[in-house]
Write a protein that binds this ligand. Sequence first.
Ligand code: HEC
Length: 154
Amino acid sequence: MNTNKWILSLAMLAGVSVMVACGGSETAEETTSQTAEAAPVAEEPMAEAWVAPAEAKAVANPFTADAASIEKGKGIFTQYCISCHGENGKAEVPAGMAVKAANLVDKTPAQTDGELHWKLLNGRGAMLKISTYGISDEDGWHLINYVRTLAAQG
Ligand code: HEC
């Protein structure tokens, strides 16, 4: 009798110890499918030409385009603008870029510094206003002085 009880309690113990360890199967299936099939860049011109308001036209650049101003503009342009406009301002960026930026060499000569500055301050679409990057109004003028040198190189 005693032996039977002993065997029974052993069997119960064994049963309890069978833990259903249902550890969450952590199969981190990160879908690393980067379908980087470069979509063709739309070559069609912008829907509407971007025109600064008339009053912006007469606003003068308070900074002479001297070496120091141009150098300052170049530094900022290199950091924030070439990703879209390219080193030479012609927007010759790698094919497949989602944004087709403006060719600054073509577009800027016909505009005054005031108009360009207004565009930098206001932005449009993918062209974010420069304050978004923490660039001051003042540095906007230096940027323009630098962009003028790119346009002059053609
Ligand atoms: C994310 C891409 C991108 C970046 C970064 C960028 N731009 Fe642009 N830029 C554009 C696009 C796109 C346009 C055309 C906007 C439109 O016409 O709606 C444009 C337009 C312009 C224009 C006006 C051209 C015209 O039609 O008169 C100027 C000037 C300009 N950018 C200067 C700059 C400067 C300076 C910087 C750096 C502070 C800069 N951009 C950064 C995409 C960019």
